[in-house]
Write a protein that binds this ligand. Structure first.
Ligand code: FES
Ligand code: FES
Length: 159
């Protein structure tokens, strides 16, 4: 076991875990942040996607020992009251079906738009291809990403 001082959603958390513990389980089991989901455990589905210093990573494959002082953001910390343009677009397009994959989808979409604020259809398809949705919400996800991109163009986003 080892002690880690992790910065998650803007707050510091001291935890004592085995260094090989994936961040997914630190978030869910130690910090009770259960919006981040377990799907495959092998970086193939995207359900566990969170941000590491603002970029999407698969938390099932991120050992706690590799995080250091880098900031982790989960779906719970993306915005206050689901006010991020991506979350608003998700609601507008009624994207979710069962919802299981959607936290990961949203965390990937926000990371995409940070790096590429006006993605083409191909950009969206390419970036989001690692996020699997068993309910097949892909078309609504794509439309919501386009809506969020337009909204960000007209309303500069606060950090
Ligand atoms: S649970 Fe991490 S990618 Fe599937
Ligand atoms: S909404 Fe059900 S798995 Fe994506």
């Amino acid at each position: 076991m080892a002690k880690y001082n992790l910065k998650v959603n803007g707050k510091n958390h001291l935890i004592d875990v085995d260094p090989s513990t994936p961040m997914l389980w630190v978030l869910r089991d130690h910090l009770n942040l259960q919006g981040t989901k377990y799907g495959c455990g092998v970086a193939m589905c995207g359900a566990c996607t969170v941000h590491l210093n603002g970029s999407a990573v698969r938390s099932c494959q991120l050992p706690v020992s590799a995080v250091g002082k880098q900031a982790i953001t989960t779906i719970e910390g993306l915005s206050a009251n689901a006010t991020h343009p991506v979350q608003k677009a998700w609601i507008e397009h009624d994207v979710a079906q069962c919802g299981y994959c959607q936290a990961g989808q949203i965390m990937s979409a926000t990371s995409l738009l940070k790096d590429n604020p006006h993605p083409s259809d191909e950009d969206i398809d390419g970036y989001m291809s690692g996020n699997i949705c068993r309910c097949g919400t892909y078309l609504r996800i794509k439309e919501a990403i386009k809506t969020a991109a337009k909204a960000s163009k007209t309303q500069p986003q606060k950090k």
